[in-house]
Design a binder for this molecule. Sequence first.
Ligand code: F6R
Length: 261
Amino acid sequence: MEVVITESPEAGGSLVARAIADLVNSRATPVLGLATGSTPLPVYDDLVARFDRHEVSFANTRGFALDEYVGLPEHHPESYREVLLREFVNRVDMPDDMLFTPDGWAEDVRQACHDYDVSIADAGGIDLQLLGVGTDGHIGFNEPTSSLASPTRVKTLTEQTRVDNARFFDGDVANVPHHVLTQGVGTILRARHLVLLAWGEGKADAVAATVEGPVTAMVPSTALQLHPHATVVVDEAAASRLRLREYYREVFDGKPDWQGI
Ligand code: F6R
């Protein structure tokens, strides 16, 4: 696993955005895995700046969201489809119908989850998957005890995750849905490159467990250790509990191998 420690979320966002722009420019039909929440916002802002400077076009890019809430009214501003349209897709030249999100409004959610994994495979698989991490170590919304081989499916959020996400719902945990559709850990592991981002002291324990802890379903983000090409980009605060952080600085500082092995 590559661990890159950056001086700020903006510096980390810019580093990752450059890698995404290079990837998009080098592929006829690039496929990105898109995360929501606060963490990827510096990446999206930097990609929009690159698009505005005519350095990159997303006209042929397909994007697959990690997850979607179940139970929100359609077009609710915090549904992850709306968030991704607002924060990224509609700020660049990516057509709305090139954004794919799990169908949290489907009558048959099991079928919708299966169809989602099929649509990722039909697109040729995900070239680069952006990931945040929950304070409990979730990736996507794979909460602790998720199978590390899971497909896209329905999950129930933990109280901790609902409390963490209440800030997007007027600060009231009662407004946060209980259920979500999420790419499974197995789905995520099929992407060709995983890039997990984390900023701030609040993520320091999750980052240390992800990178240096034992692989366990209790911390689903530890599944990254099983992937041949995973990059973790963190700021100083999020890196603060990594035992080998001086080693990572020496080996990877500012020069991750985005091409992989
Ligand atoms: C979002 C997602 C989640 C978040 C995680 C961190 O699509 O899948 O795993 O990445 O909950 O959220 P933030 O970035 O808001 O701290």
